[in-house]
Write a protein that binds this ligand. Structure first.
Ligand SMILES: [Zn+2]
Length: 118
């Protein structure tokens, strides 16, 4: 069944993104630990604290991107399972889902959106 194939692909994509996020998180933790060790051997310099904070904020942004990606894949997975166009509510063509698993629109709506006929 084409729908199953699409679902499997999206499930794999979700696993991949989650694994990637976990990998980055571990890397950050390790470098944070290494950084903490380094810092403890010196007097804590304000500049180090500032860059530490900037790094944390940067990482927060990266994690949010990962979360959004996972969310997007999850939503696509739900839709692919349902196979429903979010614009007109009609089923999305199977061939279309097989080609574009993350699509939110049926072929007709996608064409209309492309042509700017909103
Ligand atoms: Zn539609």
């Amino acid at each position: 069944m084409a729908g199953d194939e699409t679902g499997n692909r999206l499930r794999k994509e979700k696993e991949r993104v989650e694994a990637e996020k976990e990998r980055v998180r571990r890397q950050v933790e390790e470098s944070a630990r290494a950084g903490a060790l380094e810092l403890s051997s010196f007097d804590q310099h304000p500049a180090d604290l500032a860059s530490d904070l900037a790094l944390r904020e940067q990482m927060q942004g990266i994690f949010e991107l990962f979360d959004r990606r996972v969310e997007r894949v999850e939503q696509a997975l739900e839709r692919a399972t349902a196979g429903i166009c979010i614009r007109c509510g009609r089923p999305i063509e199977r061939e279309r889902l097989a080609l574009l698993p993350e699509t939110e629109y049926c072929a007709r709506c996608a064409r209309e959106l492309e042509e700017g006929r909103l």
